[in-house]
Design a binder for this molecule. Structure first.
Ligand code: ADP
Ligand code: MG
Ligand code: MG
Length: 269
């Protein structure tokens, strides 16, 4: 089924009215599980994970698209539709979009003074559990959930006591975003340049964590300039954005082509 269906989306900077998105069309389906039987008549399950990537020159509107999808207050939707799991997102509060299963990592994540990472994650998880009618987790119970994920991302456990994003290095912020995603979970995660500012080892840890989160029921939309991220998290679809529109969609061979010959090497038919 379809996770995200964007049609003719136009959006402007609220303060100035300057149009940034000029009619975006984008469809993201969840992965698929199929049951079939093999020649030996044993039941077999087939599944396919779905990963989308958006590439495009600086200033083409990639970050704005993701911000508009999560309801960033600086932008106003002026036309078109955004359906997420069949629900119209346009008039929904950012918090409700997130509770509905849309996750975003910001290119420049915000600091939240006075709230520790641990408390922030616990609040986020319990808000989702409450929505699903599940009892809240206590701190000890939650610690046993979050601790292995901190280890998997090779983060210092002390990091849970620090305030959200306060004084984090670029790399720590990126790992923290992925920790949030792995603890909170999402049906669709929008990851904006999670590769920026990460060295090769850190990028591998982050990519492994993202790959480990993928199931046939969810999907990831990654934004990147660089092939190296797409070598680690292999996209099923690559979209090229230019002047506030998606002008081409194809498979991962597009990314290779851009890597070798630049954006000018892509034939825009
Ligand atoms: P990308 O992520 O593809 O590099 P952005 O979405 O960040 O591009 O920006 C697209 C264009 O919109 C750029 O020209 C940028 O300067 C402009 N823009 C985005 N947000 C704002 C804003 N809040 N105010 C003014 N201009 C903006
Ligand atoms: Mg940019
Ligand atoms: Mg950007």
């Amino acid at each position: 089924s379809t996770l995200l269906e964007v049609r003719g989306l136009t959006a402007s900077v609220k303060e100035t009215g300057q149009q940034i998105l000029a009619g975006v069309d984008l469809t993201i389906r969840e992965g698929e599980v199929r049951v079939g039987s093999s020649w030996s008549r044993r039941l077999q399950f087939y599944w396919r994970l779905v990963i989308h990537a958006i590439m495009g020159k600086n200033g083409s509107g990639k970050s704005t698209l993701t911000k508009v999808l999560v309801g960033h207050p600086h932008y106003e939707v002026t036309g078109g539709t955004i359906l997420f799991k069949g629900e119209d997102l346009v008039d929904m509060e950012p918090e409700d979009r997130s509770l509905a299963g849309l996750f975003m990592s910001f290119q420049a994540p915000i600091e939240i003074p006075g709230v520790s990472n641990f408390d922030f994650l616990l609040m986020a998880v319990n808000a989702r559990r409450e929505r699903s009618g599940l009892p809240a987790l206590g701190p000890l119970e939650f610690y046993s959930v979050v601790s292995p994920k901190v280890d998997a991302l090779k983060m210092d456990p002390k990091f849970l006591d620090r305030n959200v994003n306060e004084g984090f290095s670029g790399g720590e912020r990126k790992r923290n975003e992925i920790l949030q995603l792995s603890v909170i979970g999402a049906d669709l995660a929008l990851l904006d340049e999670i590769d920026s500012g990460l060295d090769v080892d850190a990028l591998e840890d982050v990519a492994n964590a993202v790959n480990g989160l993928l199931t046939p029921q969810n999907s990831v939309l990654m934004i990147t300039h660089y092939q190296r991220l797409l070598d680690l998290i292999k996209p099923s679809y690559v979209h090229i954005m230019e002047n506030g529109k998606i002008i081409k969609t194809g498979d991962s061979s597009i990314a290779t082509q851009i890597n070798e010959g630049g954006f000018k090497s892509i034939a825009l038919v």
